[in-house]
Design a protein around this ligand. Structure first.
Ligand code: DAV
Length: 371
């Protein structure tokens, strides 16, 4: 069923049904992009990345690729078909009529760009200029899926202009401080404005009939409204996590494991008034275990909470980063078979196990988990 010479079938409705076909990113040519408004707002003020940009060293690229290749082989051994994107030369200037930037980013976290909802694969708008053209790396795959599967829908959200009007200028100051950041995120005063619809695919979680979308730095309310209009047969729920001073992407914050069970980052709890949907339907929201690390690896955008950026293979099996002993232990206790995956050396390229993948097919149909 998972042979690569057989026609691909696109269909995935949630984050946990048995995984059959997935895209795993590559580190080739990954760059640290030059400063730009939305990206600067995300780089933590004490980060080793402040002020530097350019191609990442070949040594770090090779090491990340070794890990990603091994992850792909592990998935294949478990019967999951794996495809890989086609990198382009990321270390070149790009421009639109509105702006120019000196380099792109890479094609490591496919989850940020591609949103699979049922038989549709949707290219997100993205909200960083350096990631505007990243969809090109996935076009060879999407074209093939279209040829193989007559019912597959390849969609792209309207490309945003990403002029300066998309970004709040008060986020551009060098030193804001965590206290002010937390006040701003609690007030939903994020770096992106409501100039036009913006969303990254990694702000969206799929729960059958329901989509849960994080409102934050990389997804604005217009982006959520666009998703609501685009998926009229889904209920789209906006959530936000006031404890996160750098709210981008939901997948190190709120992680569904199986029907009825979600891990929530204890530093970024879902506010009480947004829990009703889950509580009314008997879903348990559990504090995730603390990360095993005190700091992210060098030159990494993400926080230590990539510990909870896990990839669920089926409702009884979950891949967890191999050094995240506390997260492994907790998931084991919650009744999951835990598959350790050595991926920390790829974190700097854009994230953990969930980020590094994008669903093509999971078994199962669209269920209503919140009737
Ligand atoms: O906690 O830094 C990382 C999410 C990456 N997709 C964080 C969020």
């Amino acid at each position: 069923m998972n042979r690569t010479d057989e026609p691909a079938v696109v269909e995935s409705w949630n984050e946990w049904d048995p995984l059959r076909h997935v895209i795993v990113g590559r580190a080739d040519g990954g760059c640290i992009p030059p400063p730009e408004p939305a990206l600067d707002a995300k780089v933590p003020e004490d980060s080793d990345m402040r002020g530097q940009w350019g191609p990442r060293s070949q040594e770090t690229v090779d090491r990340a690729n070794e890990r990603l290749d091994a992850f792909a082989r592990l998935l294949e051994k478990r019967g999951v078909r794996v495809d890989r994107p086609t990198p382009i030369d990321f270390n070149q200037p790009i421009a639109t009529p509105d702006w120019r930037t000196e380099s792109m980013f890479g094609c490591m976290p496919p989850r940020d760009v591609l949103l699979t909802v049922g038989k549709e694969m949707l290219e997100a708008t993205m909200s960083y200029r350096c990631r505007w053209f990243e969809y090109l790396c996935y076009r060879p795959l999407l074209q093939r899926y279209c040829e193989d599967d007559p019912a597959m829908r390849h969609e792209a959200a309207p490309k945003p202009r990403l002029t300066d009007a998309d970004y709040r200028s008060d986020y551009l100051s060098e030193r804001i401080g965590v206290e002010k950041r937390l006040k701003w995120t609690a007030e939903k005063h994020f770096v992106t404005t409501e100039e036009e619809p913006l969303f990254d695919a990694a702000d969206v979680l799929r729960f059958g009939r329901d989509l849960v979308v994080q409102h934050g730095f990389t997804t604005n309310l217009k982006g959520i409204d666009w998703l609501r209009r685009h998926f009229p047969d889904h209920r789209v729920h906006a959530v936000n996590f006031p404890g996160d001073p750098y709210p981008i992407h939901i997948d190190a914050t709120f992680t569904p494991i199986r029907p009825g069970l979600i891990l929530n980052n204890p530093d970024r709890r879902l506010p009480d008034d947004q829990r009703g949907l889950f509580e009314r339907n008997g879903w348990e929201i559990v504090d995730a275990a603390r990360p095993a690390h005190n700091s992210p690896p060098p030159l990494c955008y993400s926080s230590v909470w990539l510990s909870m950026n896990v990839l669920v293979l089926d409702p009884k099996t979950v891949c967890v980063e191999a050094t995240e002993v506390h997260q492994m232990e907790q998931l084991d206790r919650l009744g999951m078979e835990v598959v350790p995956v050595d991926l920390r050396d790829a974190y700097a390229f854009g994230g953990g196990l969930h980020c590094a993948t994008a669903d093509v097919r999971r078994e199962g149909a669209r269920e209503d988990y919140f009737p």
